[in-house]
Design a protein around this ligand. Structure first.
Ligand SMILES: Nc1ncnc2c1ncn2[C@@H]1O[C@H](COP(=O)(O)OP(=O)(O)OP(=O)(O)O)[C@@H](O)[C@H]1O
Length: 395
């Protein structure tokens, strides 16, 4: 779970709008939660940032028409594609209860800012819920009732992720929007999040080698590159280690499109929006002004790259005060070979050449440039990371 920069005081309006949406099918897509305020620890709030997805508009596909293969995936090229309409399975709440042992605590995979993620089981072809332990495993995110943000995250997830197909974006398989129960069903990512591997190691997680870190960085960069290069540029807005999930082979996939936003159009360089995201990862121009650039995602990517190189969290109040913020501490050191050596994660020492580390550090610095226009594009980031990868001699 990250330090998500949001909270709310009042949620009654949102609850009402959710229940209206599903109790009568004549939903007004513009029904949005109204005002709420921030508390400390929060960058800001939201009001009207949700997109207009409703149970009827999102679920164009009837259950009987659904085929898991048709959704997005088997035939999806490595370039990715954007579907005209979401191709998602619509679940009843009862379906998802039976797929998750009634959301029993022993099926919990993790807890996020907006809800709890459970392990569930569905048929691999039809995606119908099936007996626990049979079929394929899925991740079922049940959003908190009391969270207005959860409602907006749910809408945004269906709107964006429901249409996006790319090997480095987690696949949304279906959703439930029944009464006040908002649930999202995703492909299961066996190795959990990058954050767990870097910072919360257990017996089940292994230390990520240099090779694996590069593979994860390149894949995640390709996912962002895809979003940025789509016709309507999509700004992901919440790039962080806990939103990068890993499959069995450590292929990374970006998850959590709750804060994604369509990028600027008509020659504008940025969109202006309420400030949301996660402390440490959010770009300085966005935190200061609410101006969100495509390059604001590049900053977040630079933060994750720095975390991967050093094995340290971007913000950690347990470190000495001069090192609370990893970026402030690391930036002046990244250009010095000797200092860089001491900053690199000791657990991967000897696995990379100095040249590769220096190039990765320079790229990190460029991504962390204060001025958005001085940051590289994600296409350039992918190219540099591939060069770094080619420097690694593999036995
Ligand atoms: N598709 C998935 N497959 C396997 N595990 C998952 C999946 N999605 C989420 N999880 C697990 O559930 C945890 C919580 O995920 P969630 O997306 O709700 O929150 P988060 O990204 O960790 O935090 P926040 O919501 O504050 O940004 C993740 O850290 C991960 O361990």
């Amino acid at each position: 779970m990250g330090n998500c920069l949001m909270s709310l005081k009042s949620h009654s309006a949102a609850e009402k709008s959710v229940s209206n949406m599903y109790s009568n099918q004549s939903t007004n897509p513009d029904t949005r939660p109204s005002t709420y305020t921030t508390t400390s620890g929060t960058l800001s709030n939201t009001n009207g940032e949700g997109s207009s997805v409703t149970s009827s508009s999102a679920g164009q596909q009837s259950q009987s028409q659904f085929s898991a293969a048709a959704s997005c995936g088997t035939g999806t090229s490595s370039m990715g594609e954007i579907l005209a309409t979401p191709n998602l399975k619509v679940y009843s709440f009862a379906d998802l209860k039976s797929a998750t042992k009634s959301f029993k605590s022993d099926t919990v995979l993790g807890v996020g800012g907006f809800g709890t993620v459970y392990k569930g089981w569905v048929d691999g072809d039809t995606l119908e819920p099936c007996k626990v332990g049979t079929g394929i495993m899925v991740a079922v995110k049940k959003l908190n009732h009391e969270s207005v943000q959860g409602f907006q995250e749910w809408q945004s997830e269906v709107k964006f992720l429901g249409t996006l197909c790319h090997p480095n974006l987690v696949k949304l398989l279906g959703y439930c929007g029944e009464d006040q129960e908002l649930v999202l069903v995703y492909e299961f990512m066996q190795r959990g999040s990058l954050e767990n591997h870097l910072f919360r190691r257990s017996s089940a997680t292994e230390i990520l080698s240099w090779d694996k870190r590069l593979k994860i960085a390149i894949g995640a960069a390709r996912g962002l590159e895809f979003l940025h290069s789509s016709e309507k540029k999509i700004i992901y807005r919440d790039f962080k280690a806990s939103n990068i999930l890993l499959d069995m082979d450590y292929n990374p996939k970006i998850s959590d499109f709750g804060l994604a936003k369509l990028g600027p159009s008509g020659g504008d360089s940025h969109v202006t929006t309420r400030i949301m995201g996660t402390y440490g990862y959010a770009a300085p121009e966005y935190v200061a002004t609410g101006h969100l650039y495509v390059k604001s995602d590049v900053y977040g990517f630079g933060v994750v790259l720095l975390e991967m190189l050093t094995g340290l969290r971007v913000v950690d109040m347990k470190r000495p005060s001069s090192q609370h913020n990893l970026i402030d501490w690391a930036k002046p050191r990244l250009l010095h070979k000797r200092k860089l050596k001491t900053m690199m994660d000791a657990r991967i020492q000897g696995q990379y050449s100095t040249k590769a580390a220096v190039q990765a550090a320079q790229l990190t610095l460029q991504c962390l440039e204060i001025e958005p226009r001085n940051r590289p594009s994600m296409k350039e980031v992918v190219e540099v990371l591939e060069q770094v990868d080619s420097m690694t001699v593999r036995q």
